[in-house]
Design a protein around this ligand. Structure first.
Ligand SMILES: C[S@@+](CC[C@H](N)C(=O)[O-])C[C@H]1O[C@@H](n2cnc3c(N)ncnc32)[C@H](O)[C@@H]1O
Length: 266
């Protein structure tokens, strides 16, 4: 049965929100694999039952802050395990990671509070397997202050959508011509990030492609190395790239540092 039919069968919101279209795109080829699939947010168990039917050879692990009555919700199935705990509880999440080691697919359909989504992602990303997929549903809460989002400061507020937008820099970290750039724990570890209506999908994967423009996060260094290979007149290039261009970079860095201090961002 298709995911669409399963979500209809079990009356999951994932049908109404049309999330099955996104899941189909990423999961159809994984259907018959043996995977560890973690979903945060069980509620009536609708989606857990759909995953269990669809991924017959996989382990379906559900997490919910509330106690879930397995018998009442008909979740007593061989490939389903349900745990009670919060997606933001470090001890609980650490125990879960210790038990399963790696998750191939993680779905965050829990509280949908921006800070909870970000905290869970930070705790679980290292437990996502190589080429693993992390789905975040209902990202519309980012645009709603009643849910901890911010509809008035779309670019710089601490919402989960802004967190994932900023994460796109980690795919291009080798291109950042900033010699003072401090690497993040996600740099080079994300293959792609896909944004859909109310949903984000992060695919883990190594992206360590060298830049053709910068070396060690410096444009001047790259140009200098290229030029002196071709022309031995080193002083001319030293003056241009190691003194003049570097001074410009330093001033540009200082300007942006003061700019960030002056802008009130929270
Ligand atoms: C939208 S429902 C999940 C629906 C389910 N995934 C489905 O598609 O059928 C959200 C669930 O997340 C749970 N939840 C809320 N806050 C949570 C938290 N901090 N940690 C874990 N679960 C949480 C709620 O108890 C609720 O059952």
């Amino acid at each position: 049965m298709t995911l669409k039919k399963l979500f209809i069968k079990y009356k999951s919101d994932k049908y109404r929100h049309q999330y099955y279209k996104v899941y189909d795109l990423f999961l159809a080829q994984k259907k018959n694999r043996k995977l560890n699939i973690l979903e945060i947010g069980v509620a009536d168990g609708s989606s857990i039952k759909a995953w269990s039917d669809y991924f017959k050879y996989s382990k379906i692990i559900g997490v919910d802050i509330k106690k879930i009555d397995l018998t009442k919700k008909k979740l007593n199935k061989k490939n389903i395990s349900i745990y009670q705990g919060s997606q933001t509880n470090e001890i609980f999440i650490t125990k879960l990671i210790k038990k399963y080691k790696k998750f191939d697919i993680i779905i965050d359909d829990g509280s949908h509070y921006p800070r909870d989504v970000i905290k869970s992602f930070k705790m679980l990303f290292h437990a996502l397997s190589k080429n693993g997929l992390y789905f975040v549903e209902d990202t519309q809460t980012s645009y709603n202050h009643y849910f901890g989002g911010n509809p008035f400061d779309l670019k710089y507020s601490n919402t989960h959508l802004n967190f994932f937008k900023a994460l796109t820099d980690s795919m291009n970290y080798r291109e950042i011509a900033n010699p003072f750039y401090l690497q993040s724990g996600y740099d080079g570890l994300i293959r792609n990030i896909s944004f859909f209506n109310n949903m984000v999908v992060i695919k883990k994967g190594i992206t360590n492609i060298k830049s053709n423009l910068v070396f060690d996060n410096s444009y001047e260094n790259k140009r200098y190395e290229t030029k002196i290979k071709r022309d031995p007149n080193k002083f001319k290039y030293f003056l241009k790239y190691k003194i003049i261009f570097k001074t410009y970079t330093l001033f540009f860095a200082l300007f942006n540092f003061f700019k960030s201090l002056l802008l009130f961002r929270y």
